[in-house]
Design a binder for this molecule. Structure first.
Ligand code: UDP
Length: 331
């Protein structure tokens, strides 16, 4: 199968590149390297079935040609990470909405009908996540006055609407996973993501920076589980039987943990002497940041469509990351 991955040098994109190369597919990974890193693709560069293109999706002239060659497209390229999203708010809508439009338009105008996976995010639940049950059909709540995440959330919600519009009007095949707190190898803590930050802090023996009082709750999903779910969703989309294309599907792990408990868990797994430092939200993210207290996916739809169940426990993921980072440090 020919696979095109936008954001291919990023955290999820580089893992997906590896997943498909190991399965015998041909992969083209495109990335502007704004947050993605070529080092994430070190094991793949030079392999016959893999190619990397450094390009900005808003201006990439080969996009249509590459879309035409692809059987499956993962569109992951976006401005992501809380620190970057808050700092580069213009880029959030310009890139997240503009790049998605170009990918969908190229697919709609092309001669093939590739299966597309448009990565959405649990952040589309916005402040509806004050509710406990985040299932795909609930009403969504946003406030222009409640925090800088709204722009990102709405860019991702727009991606969903764009994808559904192209599906309905042009017949393109697209599934839209809402990804909940993905974690795993190649994820950088530079842009905010909590687990790589805690792991690095624990290994450096410096305090773990828990934002707020740490009572906020998240559900983390190992990237290898996320990828398995995306692969199953994409394959189902290929099935001419039941119509799954155009659908939004939560993808995540339902286990919940508070950020304070997470910090303690990382310290324990690392055998670290680090302490915990509480950092007020406004110091971490700037004023008027309204944090999300809880975000747990309801995954009934994913289970029904794919039979998916996660294989990685949070402890296994943390241990694996500790191993990876310790190995890198000795190279
Ligand atoms: N967080 C934290 N310390 C850090 C980085 C993040 O306490 O050094 C918190 C953050 O405020 C949030 C949770 O960890 O409540 C998850 O943050 P992340 O940026 O990984 O994902 P998201 O906020 O999108 O769920």
């Amino acid at each position: 199968m020919n696979i095109l991955i936008t954001g291919g040098a990023g955290f999820i994109g580089s893992n997906l590149s590896e997943f498909h190369i190991n399965r015998g597919d041909t992969v083209v990974a495109v990335d502007d390297l704004s947050t993605g890193r070529k080092e994430n693709l070190a094991a793949l560069i030079g392999q016959e079935c893999f190619s990397f293109v450094k390009a900005d999706l808003l201006s990439w002239t080969d996009l249509a040609a590459e879309v035409t060659k692809a059987d499956r497209i993962y569109h992951l390229a976006a401005v992501v990470g809380m620190f970057r999203v808050l700092k580069e708010s213009v880029a959030v809508t310009r890139i997240n909405v503009g790049a998605t439009e170009r990918v969908l338009e190229a697919a709609a105008n092309g001669p093939n009908n590739p299966q597309i996976i448009i990565a959405s995010s649990s952040s589309v639940y916005g402040h509806s996540s004050d509710q406990l049950a985040l299932s795909e059909g609930i009403d969504l709540a946003f406030s222009i006055e409640r925090g800088g995440l709204t722009g990102y959330a709405l860019s991702k919600l727009t991606n969903e609407i764009q994808a559904q519009a192209y599906h309905e009007q042009c017949g393109i095949k697209v599934v839209i996973p809402r990804l909940f707190n993905v974690v795993g190898p190649h994820q950088s803590g530079n842009y905010g993501f909590v687990i790589p930050r805690f792991i690095q802090q624990a290994l450096d023996g410096v305090p773990l920076t828990v934002f707020g009082d740490g009572s906020q709750i998240r559900s983390f999903c190992d990237v290898r589980d996320t990828m398995a779910a995306l692969d199953k969703l994409a394959a189902i989309g290929d099935d001419p039987g039941e119509v799954q294309n155009g659908e939004v599907v939560n993808v995540g792990n339902t286990r919940e943990i508070s950020i304070l408990e997470l910090a303690k868990l990382v310290i324990a797994r690392a055998g670290s002497s680090s302490t915990i430092q509480f950092v007020p939200f406004d110091q971490a993210y700037g004023e008027h940041f309204d944090h999300i207290t809880q975000r747990k996916p309801i995954v009934e739809k994913l289970e029904r469509l794919t039979g998916f169940s996660p294989q990685w426990t949070l402890e296994e993921t943390i241990d694996d990351l500790l191993k990876h980072i310790r190995q890198e440090a000795t190279l």
